[in-house]
Write a protein that binds this ligand. Structure first.
Ligand code: NAD
Length: 435
C-alpha cells in the first residue's frame, strides 16, 4: 500500500465513512426493515477500535517491517473473536469488513463472542526478492509467517492474555502460528485453532467448518429446494481446510459431488466423484487437477455447472454481477466469506436463486472455537462427535429461525439471517447502554 493510499484510508476511517461493502449494505437494508434509527445502524456498522501497526521483525538476519491492522468491530455480546489473515493484499477496510462479519456470524449462531480480525500484510513475492530466493521454498515461507506471527504475538500479548481479543487461524495462518500465540501467553484460552496436542486443543476443530457447511447445504437443499441430499448434485470451488471435509461429509450424506476446482486444476464426473480416492490423489499432488476419476474442469465451467447446489469454498467475490446471470445451480451455499458480491446478490435475488449466507454456512469454525475456548477454561475436553453435534444443533436451530422469518417477512435467507444477527447485537447494545 502506498503512503498516500494508507493516509486516505486512515482519513476515511477517522471520519467514519464506510465504503459500501456487502455487510454495510445488508445491515443498512435490514436495519431499516427492522425500524432501527439511522444513527444506531451506523453505530452497529462502525468498528469500536482499529489498531494500525508496523512491527519490525528480525528474520534470517534482516529487519523486515510488516504493516498490519487489528480491527475490533463489536464486543457487545462477548470478547472480540476472529482470525489472523496473512496476505499481500490485506487492507484496513477488508480487515474491518471481516471483523464485522464475525460479529454477525457469532450473533446469528448465538455464540457469545463479538467480532474482530487481524490482517498482516505479508507480501511473499516481495520476501523472495528481498531475500534473493528462488525457486518456491515452502520452508522459507513458513519461517516468514511464523516469525511475523511471533513478533505480532509479542506486540499484542496483553490483548490476548486479557481475552479482549481471541485470535484464530485465517488465510495464511494455521495451528503452527497459533502455537506461537500460546507460547507467548501460556494461556490455552487466549487463542483457538490450536494444533492437536497443544494445551487446550479441540478434537474435530480442523473439520468443523466443512462439517457445519455440509449440514447446512443438505438442510437448504431439502427444505428450500425440496431435494433430498441423496438425489442432489453439488459443485464445490476449493479443496482446502473447508472444502475437503465438506466434500467428504456430503458424500457420506449421499449427495453426488460432481465437480471440484482448486487454484491448480479441477475435476468433473457427472456420476459423482469418488471423494476418498480424490483425497488420496490430493495427498500426492496437492491439487484435485489430474484426478483419474474425472475429466478436467476449470473455474468458469464449475461456476456454470447445472447442479442443485453450488458451494464457493475458496476466495471472496467470485459470484459477481457478470457470473450470476449465467449460474445454472438451483441454490448457492456460501462456505467462503463473502463469495457473492453486492451486484451478484442483486442478480440472484432477481432470479430467485436461494443463497444460504456465509454467516450461517461457515459458522462451524467459530462454534468449534467457542467449545475450544470453553474447554480451555474448564479443562474438560468434549469428544469429537459431541463437537460435531453441537455445531449441527447451533447451525440448525438458527437456520430454522432464519427460515421462519424469511417466510413470514417474504425475504431471502441472507436478509433474514442478517436481521436475526442485528436484532441480537442491537438488544445487547441497548441493554448495556452502548446505544
Ligand atoms: P484454504 O487456503 O485451506 O483453501 C482454499 C482452497 O481454495 C484451496 O483449495 C485453493 O487452491 C482454492 N482456491 C483459492 N482461490 C481459488 C480460486 N480463485 N479459484 C479456485 N480455487 C481457489 O482456505 P480454507 O480455510 O479452506 O478457507 C476457504 C474459505 O472459507 C475462505 O474464504 C475462508 O475465509 C473461509 N472460511 C474458512 C474457515 C476455516 O475454518 N478454515 C472458517 C470460516 C470461513
Amino acid at each position: 500500500m502506498s503512503e498516500i493510499q494508507f493516509h486516505t484510508e486512515m482519513e476515511t476511517l477517522l471520519q467514519n465513512e464506510e465504503p459500501e461493502t456487502r455487510s454495510v449494505w445488508l445491515m443498512h437494508e435490514a436495519g431499516y426493515r427492522l425500524g432501527m434509527p439511522h444513527d444506531e445502524i451506523h453505530e452497529m456498522v462502525a468498528p469500536q477500535q482499529v489498531n494500525i501497526f508496523r512491527i519490525p521483525c528480525k528474520i534470517l538476519g534482516k529487519v523486515v517491517n510488516f504493516w498490519g491492522c487489528l480491527a475490533l468491530h463489536n464486543s457487545a455480546r462477548g470478547p472480540f473473536k476472529g482470525g489472523i489473515r496473512l496476505a499481500g493484499d490485506v487492507t484496513i477496510w477488508e480487515t474491518t469488513e471481516l471483523a464485522r462479519l464475525m460479529t454477525l456470524k457469532c450473533a446469528v449462531c448465538d455464540v457469545e463472542f463479538g467480532g474482530g480480525k487481524t490482517g498482516i500484510r505479508v507480501d511473499m513475492p516481495a520476501m523472495y526478492e528481498l531475500f534473493r530466493r528462488t525457486p518456491r521454498d515452502l520452508e522459507f515461507e513458513k519461517i516468514i509467517t511464523i516469525d511475523a506471527v511471533e513478533y505480532y504475538a509479542q506486540h499484542f500479548r496483553d490483548v490476548f492474555s486479557s481475552h479482549l481479543y481471541i485470535p484464530a487461524p485465517d488465510m495464511g495462518s494455521g495451528p503452527d502460528e497459533m502455537a506461537f500465540i500460546y507460547n507467548e501467553t501460556q494461556d490455552p484460552a487466549s487463542v483457538t485453532g490450536k494444533g492437536d496436542g497443544v494445551h487446550g486443543w479441540l478434537p474435530g476443530r480442523k473439520e468443523s467448518t466443512g462439517i457445519g457447511c455440509s449440514y447446512l447445504a443438505c438442510r437448504t437443499m431439502q427444505e428450500v429446494l425440496g431435494t433430498a441430499p441423496e438425489d442432489a448434485t453439488v459443485a464445490i470451488q476449493g479443496f482446502g481446510n473447508v472444502g475437503r471435509p465438506l466434500a467428504s461429509d456430503l458424500q457420506q450424506r449421499g449427495a453426488k459431488v460432481v465437480g471440484i476446482v482448486d487454484l491448480y486444476g479441477g475435476t468433473y464426473n457427472p456420476e459423482g466423484l469418488d471423494i476418498d480416492g480424490l483425497l488420496e490423489h490430493f495427498e500426492q499432488q496437492a491439487t484435485v487437477g489430474g484426478f483419474a476419476g474425472g475429466e478436467p474442469l476449470d473455474n468458469d465451467r464449475l461456476l456454470r455447472l447445472d447442479v442443485d447446489c453450488l458451494i464457493p469454498a475458496a476466495a471472496g467475490d467470485v459470484i459477481t454481477g457478470e457470473i450470476a446471470p449465467q449460474l445454472q445451480a438451483r441454490c448457492v451455499v456460501e462456505a467462503a466469506n463473502m463469495p457473492t458480491t453486492i451486484d451478484g446478490m442483486k442478480v440472484l435475488r432477481e432470479r430467485g436463486i436461494p443463497v444460504a449466507p456465509d454467516i450461517l454456512a461457515n459458522a462451524g469454525g467459530v462454534i468449534a472455537s467457542m467449545l475450544e475456548y470453553s474447554s480451555s477454561l474448564s479443562a474438560i475436553k468434549p469428544a469429537q462427535d459431541d463437537v460435531y453435534d453441537i455445531i449441527r444443533q447451533k447451525i440448525g436451530d438458527n437456520f430454522d429461525l432464519a427460515m421462519a422469518r424469511a417466510s413470514s417477512e417474504d425475504i431471502g435467507l441472507v436478509e433474514s439471517a442478517i436481521e436475526l444477527a442485528m436484532e441480537r447485537v442491537y438488544g445487547v447494545m441497548k441493554g448495556r447502554r452502548m446505544l
